[in-house]
Design a protein around this ligand. Structure first.
Ligand code: SF4
Length: 463
């Protein structure tokens, strides 16, 4: 499938076509395309999408729009025109309609601010299903004031790029800690330096750090002593302090004692599935019994617990996935995030061209079960390459929203990030954009010359 467009944002148009034809390509040659989208202007912008005899048209008037809004409207209507054509061509719709590359909650909020009926725009113009539109309404309600940006504040992210083994769906740059042994302590030492320098910088600039999040990789693949050394650098009490332990097999009493001593309040224990055969297939190297044991151990400290599941794992049937959801709910963690499998470049499953099935039904089941057990959806994000073009949804018990998750997913918090491959973000609301500064990607470069990268991070916030 070849796509030709004269629209000045071809990637956006191609993203919509890829929902239906993932292998499609853009071409500059209109004479050899299968699908085309053309933009013209005669007082209004007109979009004509065509494939053989099939055509779809949309027109948008931008007379009263400012420059930024004009760009948004052009993109929106161009995407809707090509989406209309694709649905006709393929005889199917997508759960999120023509929405790509934007957080649905942000768009809903923006449309509302523009005075539009966002629900009507979602369903009638953009083609979003009633269920997904309702989900967004529910999430906005659960977030309430928590999605409001706090000026002069930031969250601190600390990245640990190590893991105990490699899951087949993992595309992170994390390395197996057993194979990277001699770099682990130098990494911890370099990271301590970066955390201290970052906190000094934040103090000097009057940036208040609200929440601290240790992510990865798997932070608890480090030893208790190494975790202690890193947590010693946090010289204040964050509003929320989270450690993404992830793998149950990396948790023990010593590490939990360290976290408790340092005031950690929230720990994630991620089962991904409660089916042993699936754990084995995806290379998790722990048992279902470990999940129950470590969950009980973590809960005995009084930590809030986040748990993650993934819909669409290889060999996991609909019934098996429902079992995973039921078991998770039975444990009653404070947060449950239901991910849809996303096959990204760099993962073993992507190489094997694995294709998940029944994922929509799995996601529907999880939503029904979680709602009926009193869990509330509170954040949502979509990624490229997600099975069935679905989404990841974080659910919480009432009042147990993870503040860091809302800040990062909704792009309402600045992030000061430390560690290999960590990305600091500064949000510039007045210009509706985000500036980023990335650290060194790999562990060795991080250890040897991350100082060069850190100065870019400080420049980002030094304005
Ligand atoms: S536990 Fe997480 S970081 Fe580690 S290999 Fe699995 S997906 Fe990747």
């Amino acid at each position: 499938m070849k796509l030709y467009t004269n629209f000045c944002y071809p990637t956006e148009i191609h993203d919509v076509v890829k929902l239906f034809f993932p292998q499609s390509e853009l071409t500059d040659d209109p004479s050899c395309c299968d699908v085309s989208l053309r933009e013209s202007f005669d007082g209004s912008y007109r979009y004509v999408a065509a494939s053989g005899e099939l055509r779809s048209e949309r027109t948008v008037d931008v007379e009263n729009a400012d420059e930024l809004q004009t760009v948004r409207l052009r993109k929106r209507y161009a995407k809707v025109a090509i989406y209309d054509l694709m649905t006709e061509l393929c005889g199917k719709t997508m759960p999120w309609g023509s929405l790509t590359g934007i957080r649905p909650t942000k768009l809903a909020e923006r449309l509302q601010a523009e005075g539009a009926d966002w629900r009507k725009e979602f369903t009638d113009l953009l083609g979003v299903s009633e269920e997904k539109t309702q989900l967004i309404a529910d999430i906005l309600r659960t977030q309430g004031d928590l999605r409001r940006r706090k000026n002069g504040c930031a969250d601190l992210y600390i990245g640990i790029p190590f893991c105990v083994s490699r899951c087949s769906y993992c595309s992170f740059t994390s390395g197996e800690i057993g194979k990277l042994g001699k770099y682990v302590q130098p990494y911890v030492d370099a990271l301590k330096g970066e955390i201290r320098a970052t906190l000094r910088f934040a103090k000097e600039k009057g940036i208040r750090i609200n929440n601290v999040y240790f992510g990865g990789g798997t932070p608890t693949s480090l030893s208790a002593e190494q975790l202690d050394e890193l947590m010693d650098c946090i010289d204040f009490s964050p509003a929320e302090y989270t450690v993404e332990a992830g793998r149950p097999d990396t948790l023990d009493k010593d590490k939990l004692d360290v976290m408790f001593k340092h005031g950690v309040g929230r720990v994630s224990v991620n089962p991904q599935t409660f089916n042993q055969s699936v754990l084995d297939v995806i290379g998790r190297k722990h048992t279902v019994a470990d999940i129950y044991d470590k969950y009980a151990l973590v809960k005995s400290y009084g930590f809030d617990v986040n748990m993650d599941l993934i819909a669409g794992l290889p060999t996991e049937s609909y019934e098996m996935f429902c079992h995973s959801v039921n078991e998770t709910v039975r444990l009653q963690p404070d947060n449950i995030t239901v991910h849809t499998l996303a096959l990204k470049h760099g993962s073993a499953l992507k190489e094997q061209s694995y294709g998940a099935s029944d994922v929509s039904a799995m996601v529907d089941y999880s939503r029904g079960k979680l709602y009926s057990d009193g869990y509330l959806p509170y954040y949502l994000y979509r990624q490229k390459y997600m099975a069935d073009n679905l989404e990841n949804v974080g659910y919480c018990k009432s009042g147990k929203q993870c503040l860091y998750n809302i800040g990062i997913m909704e792009e309402v918090s600045d992030i000061l990030a430390c560690g290999a491959n960590a990305i600091s973000k500064r949000i510039i609301p007045s210009e509706n954009r985000i500036e980023r500064a990335a650290n060194a990607k790999d562990v060795i470069t991080y250890i040897e010359r991350n100082d060069d990268y850190v100065s870019k991070k400080f420049q980002l916030f030094d304005r």
